[in-house]
Design a protein around this ligand. Structure first.
Ligand code: NAD
Ligand code: UD1
Length: 307
């Protein structure tokens, strides 16, 4: 049995991870400021420290004596990073540096490994799809710039401070517990709820934008595998399926599953929105010996039933 800190553990992805770790018999401490996280997401046995991931005292306290850290706390909405630039920067970049710094001396004065969430947003509109990890990074949003900054600081964490890390460039993650009520939430959670209830959907742009949608169960599996593999250095992997889905295709599949038809209301594309985002999972597969298991139909059905 090990003891892990999960930052952002009351959020969408973090709470699924915390469930899995507890199920595997580990101890879990969660650090979350509850800005988008929810108390009902917290697994009962997990210890919750309510605090800010950019506050060094709170992070040091939550990290004391753990065997490893999963760092997921962030403002996950690209749109939010446009509206609250400096505030999201503080959480998304300073928060990560604060976590890496505390990890230098978290257990018996020595370093502990950190597995953290980067994002496909680091690639921006690079047209070389499917994107390999060595493709050029040219983020379009403050969110993407900060995630790239996290990866650069991970290099420093290892080279200067001996903190080993594994970063995952999550593509578009979806599944149960992603908040359908927030306009800042992922598009699948918003569309799934609206189609199920027969309500109009808003499409920013023409709906031909393409994403690589990854089910949360697959994400959790790779996060755990990365920690089990014991991070060395500062590696970064795509976490993706390699399969493209446009928003219009997504809507058609949801309509089929819900036996419902909804109106599409178009609004101008959001500034800094990526047109095509598809990852190449070859390196993920080669390193971890497996690929994502959930297809879109299976993942969407699980999302609609909340299981
Ligand atoms: P989420 O909003 O559900 O979870 C983020 C959690 O972090 C929430 O519980 C929130 O309360 C907490 N948090 C936010 N600011 C904090 C702060 N200052 N201090 C402490 N806690 C704070 O989002 P999610 O989709 O679960 O995202 C988890 C991670 O994955 C984030 O780092 C996000 O950037 C990254 N990511 C998500 C996706 C996706 O498609 N959902 C894709 C790429 C990367
Ligand atoms: C998402 C994640 C981000 C992650 C990135 C990686 C969320 C909230 N954002 O950003 O954390 O780093 O993937 O690829 O999980 N759209 C509509 N109508 C809506 C909502 C969205 O048309 O009601 C469009 C958006 O303009 C965009 C697409 O759907 O073109 C996807 O949007 P969104 O789910 O917010 O994700 P990303 O911006 O790709």
């Amino acid at each position: 049995m090990a003891h892990f800190l999960v930052t952002g553990g009351c959020g969408f992805i973090g709470s699924h991870l915390a469930d899995r770790l507890i199920g595997d018999g580990h101890r879990v401490t969660i650090l979350d400021d509850m800005s988008t996280g929810r108390l009902e997401n917290k697994p009962l046995p997990a210890r919750l420290v309510v605090g800010d991931v950019a506050d060094p005292d709170a992070v040091r306290q939550a990290m004391q004596g753990v065997d490893g850290v999963f760092h997921l706390a962030a403002v996950a909405s690209v749109q939010r990073s446009r509206e609250l630039w400096a505030e999201t920067h503080r959480t998304n970049l300073s928060g990560t540096v604060t976590v890496f710094e505390a990890a230098r001396s978290a257990r018996n004065g020595g370093p502990v490994p950190v597995v953290y969430a980067s994002s496909a947003a680091v690639y921006g509109d690079n047209p070389a799809t499917p994107l390999r990890e060595d493709a050029a990074t040219r983020p379009l949003s403050a969110y993407g710039v900060d995630k790239l900054g996290c990866e650069l600081h991970a290099d420093v964490a290892w080279a200067i401070h001996g903190v080993p890390t594994t970063g995952f460039r999550f593509f578009n993650v979806y599944g149960p517990r992603q908040d359908p009520a927030s306009p800042y939430s992922g598009v699948i959670s918003i569309f799934a709820r609206r189609v199920a209830q027969g309500e109009d959907v808003t499409i920013f742009g023409d709906g031909q934008q393409v994403r690589d949608f990854v089910f949360v169960g697959d994400v959790v599996r790779f996060l755990v595998k990365a920690m089990e593999r014991r991070p060395q250095g500062a590696e970064v992997f795509n976490l993706c399926t390699g399969r493209p889905t446009s928003l219009l295709m997504l809507l058609e599949v949801l309509e089929e599953l819900c036996a419902s038809r909804v109106r599409r209301l178009h609004q101008p594309a959001r500034a800094g929105d990526i047109r095509v985002s598809i990852g190449d999972p070859a390196r993920l597969r080669a390193t971890f010996g497996e690929a994502c298991r959930f297809g879109l139909l299976q993942g969407l059905s699980a999302t609609l039933t909340g299981e």
